[in-house]
Design a protein around this ligand. Structure first.
Ligand code: CA
Ligand code: CA
Length: 171
């Protein structure tokens, strides 16, 4: 079974031959005493420890180009973090203590296809939620990928090496 979600624990009910998903961590010796068939599980939650409403995130502390970071997240069953008006405050609240005001991390948007038209990796338009003052500035005509601190965004050359943040859906 390929699990492409971050925060799920799952249990297998031996009598019903059924899997159950949970959005909380199961203990190593978890046995449901009122339902004793439910005894086995795999917990993948710890891999992506930063939880928000629908997602959980992981900060990768290795430096890669935006393209390699994007591939790393995909190969891990996730994606570079996206931000919408609905979840941006919650995500920064969670990320705040794990990032700093000085260090930049790749997240999942670019304007590679059309200069100035910022798109998240799913093709949706980037709402101007967190741009640093005077950005995006496409400095030297070569800043097409989105990076963030714990405060705001900047457009930056995609081949620069940065740490990055992946996310997965909870379910
Ligand atoms: Ca650009
Ligand atoms: Ca810039």
């Amino acid at each position: 079974m390929l699990v492409k979600v971050c925060c799920a624990a799952f249990a297998f009910h031996e009598n019903r031959k059924t899997c159950y998903f949970y959005d909380f961590k199961l203990q190593a010796d978890y046995v449901n005493v009122t339902d004793p068939g439910l005894v086995t599980y795999v917990d993948v939650r710890e891999e992506y420890p930063l939880h928000t409403g629908q997602n959980c995130m992981k900060v990768y502390n290795v430096e890669q180009t935006w393209f390699d970071a994007n591939n790393t997240c995909s190969q891990d069953g996730g994606q570079l973090v996206t931000m919408t008006p609905d979840d941006v405050d919650l995500k920064y609240a969670v990320l705040h203590e794990h990032l700093s005001a000085e260090e930049w991390f790749w997240i999942g948007a670019n304007d590679i296809d059309t200069e100035g038209e910022w798109k998240w990796n799913d093709g949706s338009t980037v709402q101007p939620l967190k741009w640093m003052p005077d950005n995006p500035d496409n400095s030297e005509g070569n800043e097409d990928c989105l990076e963030t601190t714990n405060i705001h965004w900047n457009d930056q050359p995609c081949n620069d090496l940065r740490k990055f943040i992946c996310e997965k859906l909870k379910f």
